[in-house]
Design a protein around this ligand. Structure first.
Ligand SMILES: [Zn+2]
Length: 309
């Protein structure tokens, strides 16, 4: 999970404010029920298209771009399986530590732009985030986003922003990549397991468990990122030892690998938070490499950093 900086909370897609959408919000508030929203609003292409672009820090997708899950950063081949996720669950809140009974969801936020994220079914499924939303303190009371002006329904979103006003006072525990900077709460071990970190490591820990960010297949994929690079480094080392590569050629090959490693820091890449962790802790990862060659690799890598910090 990395911070997603692009969404403008004041500029929601028009689809979320059309009269039909307003009627749905009113109906949900009347019935205290977030199940009433239908598939023609928040999963609409206009909404999903933007969320997909934002997931890799772009305003528009270009050919070949691969959107990713806001939580686990997996890039699913058929990105159509990425789902619009309600950060605050719209239909119900599962009973948990703070709530001993199941609560109605945040039914008034079903079409709230700041409440919509993009998630894969593995992070968003029933046995992962599902309808969980643990908080500290008290649940926020409902704030009607629709008011009557001259007999017309008018959307007043200001009470519903996820990052200001009444909802912020609720002290959500789960990390929201549009609000939080996940690197302040999450770190890794050298095997790609995520763990809580920093002054409020609890939020990282609980988020990791809720989104299931250490599920086996994810950890294997993260390990593969480093293992592939390490295998390439070891192939070059073997070539040098067998005198197939002289030192100049070795450094050239190392430069290509170091470039690939630097690219893993970009938000367009899969598992960017992990890629940044490898870059930031390269000395620890290079301990798996013969000292003599690890020193050369570090020198080549540092040389690239000067050009491309
Ligand atoms: Zn995911």
């Amino acid at each position: 999970m990395i911070h997603l900086p692009i969404k403008d909370r004041d500029l929601p897609p028009a689809r979320l404010s059309v009269p039909g959408a307003l009627r749905q919000i009113c109906r949900a508030i009347e019935a205290l029920d977030g199940e009433v929203y239908n598939a023609s609003y928040y999963p609409h292409n206009e909404v999903v298209g933007l969320l997909r672009a934002y997931s890799i820090h772009k305003v528009e997708l270009e050919p070949g771009d691969r959107p990713k899950c806001n939580y686990c950063e997996s890039q699913i081949e058929h990105a159509v399986t990425l789902q619009v996720e309600h950060y605050r669950p719209k239909a119900k809140v599962e009973a948990g530590e703070n709530d001993h009974i199941e609560l109605p969801g945040y039914y008034w936020l079903g079409l709230e732009w700041t409440n919509l994220l993009l998630a894969c079914p593995k992070c968003n499924g029933k046995d992962a985030k599902g309808s969980k939303f643990p908080i500290r303190g008290n649940r926020a009371p409902a704030h009607s986003p629709v008011e009557q002006h001259n007999n017309n329904n008018v959307l007043v979103r200001v009470n519903c922003y996820a990052d200001v006003g009444p909802l912020q006072q609720e002290q959500a525990i789960l990390l929201n990549p549009e609000i939080d900077h996940p690197e302040l709460y999450l770190t890794f071990d050298l095997l790609g397991n995520i763990e809580g970190f920093g002054n409020d490591a609890d939020r990282g820990e609980i988020s990791k468990d809720t989104y299931r960010l250490n599920r086996d297949e994810l950890v294997v994929c993260r390990q593969k990122v480093w293992n592939d690079l390490k295998n390439e480094i070891n192939l070059c080392i073997a070539g040098h030892r067998m005198l197939e590569l002289n030192e100049q050629a070795l450094r050239y090959c190392f430069r290509n690998i170091a470039n690939k490693l630097l690219i893993r820091k970009l938000p367009t890449e899969e598992y960017t938070l992990w890629g940044r962790f490898i870059n930031d802790n390269l000395a620890d990862f290079l301990q798996e490499i013969d000292n003599f060659y690890a020193d050369i690799f570090r020198e080549v890598y540092n040389g690239l950093l000067v050009v491309n910090p």
